[in-house]
Design a protein around this ligand. Sequence first.
Ligand SMILES: [Fe+2]
Ligand SMILES: [Fe+2]
Length: 281
Amino acid sequence: MSSFVSFNQRVIEEFRACGGKVGGPFEGAELLLLTTTGARSGTSHTVPLGFLREGGSPLVVASAGGADRDPDWYRNLLVRPLVRVETGSEEYEAVAVPAVGDRREELFARVVREEPGYGEYQERTARVIPVVVLQRTHEVDVAEGGIAGKLLAVHGWLRAELELIRRESAAYGGAASVGMQLRQHCLAFCHSLEFHHRSEDGGLFPYLEQQEPGLSEFFRRIEGEHRVIARLQEELVRALDAPGEDLSGRVQRMSRELEAHLDREEAQLLPVLRALGGSEG
Ligand SMILES: [Fe+2]
Ligand SMILES: [Fe+2]
């Protein structure tokens, strides 16, 4: 185990030092680095993986060399779908979407055509080897810098992801089970939202309140909104695994609450952040 970890670590270092090129057993292979977040630990783990391309997205295979247990990175992304991808030339955030049903069969057949070794791995295990598409998430262009720019970038990301979930959940209607893509995007959205509100409540807002004591009433209101949204978010995550739930209705309710909340924060806080921006940027 530990020699495998240090082998991986050497590959990762070489990959980063040489713009994505790695020698030895990987000579000539196309590799990426995938960073997932531990399902239980919450810490990040990076692994080098070979990949194919599906449309514009990288496609990775959770073969674990044909072992009977899914690799840790795959178990992590089922719980925490928001991942980081590094190729030789760029690094970006993606939502990991395992292919299911016919689509998995079709993609796996293509994988085996291009890399026959994966077919041998599949023969070694009764486990259906997962195939995962890494869908790049929207990048939000914000012209502004400083904390105001950062707030707008995070809000922009949340709005865009919510829009995608709204469209998908409306199309899904009341089908028997939630599609994998919708599930993974919902989870990625909910985790990012939770993280954003935790950092507002635990860092940015106490700091701003100190700078502008006149805003304390506004912040009490915002804290209340964070609690309401946290409850909606928990219900949304629970609904993902409860067939027949009105997921679209829940997403719409979340959209209304969250959009109003983001608008309110921006209207009140952007001028304050811009005024402070010079010293805090
Ligand atoms: Fe907020
Ligand atoms: Fe916010």
